[in-house]
Design a protein around this ligand. Structure first.
Ligand code: NAD
Ligand code: DAU
Length: 332
């Protein structure tokens, strides 16, 4: 593999993957990204121009997609509308990018016989009770809750159908909640860190018992690279690092890292249809492909993430006020 097309490579997880590829491999990288509100060229600043280029464009643009796919050995597909809260207020871009965009890519990789890896989410499986002893696995039935997760589920099913019907050389992965550098301030962890920096109390939806299974974005990248190289075509792999925490505990940990008193946060209006708990069983990925996460300690990873946001205010500052104003208008 010499040249990889990364869709959505100016977003949070996509940009972390691009940094990972340039640091840990020899491949050249083309990023295709529309630079929506969630994309940021600054996340790719300073990368080696001999091995990297950014093409600004839409994954729904079949002519552009066909031409870029014809140049590469593999496509790793991150581009998506990714935020659940946004999907509750304006679902249409989610259907367009997540469904039509994925379809457009599938037709191009089919035509050019290019290896494809589809990035998806644990949210396609719905949610778990707090005391459920089972976690999500590759055989858990699909049961998405939100417009976001239903469009991701739809895109997964398209990929599986293209594998079965057309023999596409594709793999899929469904990962749990990521944290780390370059995450937009609309998301839970960066919102709270940047609120504390700005002297605003963190905002907890509802009572805060909802559990997410946190993984560092670097561990997601190493898992995707492992699957792209050694995964079995047609297979799905769940990615997770045994990082279950409830939202209240995460806010308390951020407050403690940032030297603020325990309990100095606000409860705000809950998200409609809010999934209660996600939890990943990543046994297949670990036993079949030998993948292990590096960030075993969530609190240490969170400390590094707090430090990154303190050190990179110029990266997040332009989005902060408008993002916070939108939440306040929604009662959140
Ligand atoms: P993000 O919102 O930070 O980034 C999405 C990127 O896609 C942005 O750069 C945006 O400009 C680009 N994009 C959006 N629409 C596009 C279009 N039509 N054409 C081209 N580019 C477009 O998202 P993220 O959190 O980095 O998530 C990336 C992928 O990983 C998504 O597929 C998401 O479903 C999946 N995922 C995310 C998480 C998480 O915790 N954030 C966990 C599991 C899976
Ligand atoms: O599980 C993987 C998914 O994780 C990805 O597919 C999504 O793209 C990604 O956005 C994320 O979805 P969540 O909805 O879990 O992430 P979010 O950061 O929006 O919220 C995390 C939890 O924190 C969730 O229970 C809602 C809660 N929350 C969120 C915000 C923004 C708060 O309590 N307060 C907040 O201010």
């Amino acid at each position: 593999m010499k040249h990889v097309l990364v869709t959505g490579g100016a977003g949070f997880i996509g940009s972390n993957f691009v940094h990972y590829l340039l640091e840990h491999t020899d491949v050249s990288v083309t990023v295709l990204d529309k630079l929506t509100y969630a994309g940021n060229r600054e996340s790719l600043a300073g990368l080696d121009g001999n091995r990297f280029r950014l093409v600004v464009g839409d994954i729904c643009d079949a002519v552009l997609v066909d031409s870029l796919v014809s140049e590469v050995d593999a496509v790793v597909h991150y581009a998506a509308e990714s935020h659940n809260d946004n999907s509750l207020h304006d679902p249409k871009p989610f259907v367009e990018t997540n469904i039509i965009g994925t379809f457009t890519l599938l037709e191009a990789v089919r035509k050019h016989s290019v290896r494809f890896h589809h990035i998806s989410t644990d949210e396609v499986y719905g949610d778990l009770e707090l005391d459920d002893p089972e976690r999500f696995s590759e055989s858990t039935p699909y049961n998405p809750s939100s417009p976001y997760s239903s469009t991701k589920a739809g895109s997964d099913l398209l990929v599986r159908a293209w594998v079965r019907s057309f023999g596409l050389a594709a793999t899929l992965s469904n990962c749990s909640n990521n944290y780390g550098p370059y995450q937009h301030v609309e998301k839970f962890i960066p919102r709270q860190i940047t609120n504390v920096i700005d002297g605003i109390r963190p905002k907890l939806y509802g009572v805060g018992e909802n559990v997410r299974d946190w993984i560092h974005a670097d561990d997601h990248s190493s898992a995707v690279w492992t699957i792209l190289n050694r995964g079995r075509v047609g297979e799905t792999y769940l990615i997770g690092a045994d990082g279950e925490k409830n939202n209240k505990d995460v806010i308390e940990t951020i407050l403690s890292i940032m030297g603020k008193p325990a309990g100095s946060f606000d409860h705000v209006t809950d998200r409609p249809g809010h999934d209660l708990r996600y939890a990943i069983d990543s046994t297949k990925l670990r036993t079949e492909l030998g993948w292990v996460p590096e960030y075993a300690n969530f609190e240490a990873g969170l400390e590094a993430t707090v430090a990154w946001y303190r050190d990179h205010e110029s990266w997040w500052r332009p989005q902060k006020d408008a993002t916070e104003a939108k939440y306040v208008a929604q009662g959140q």
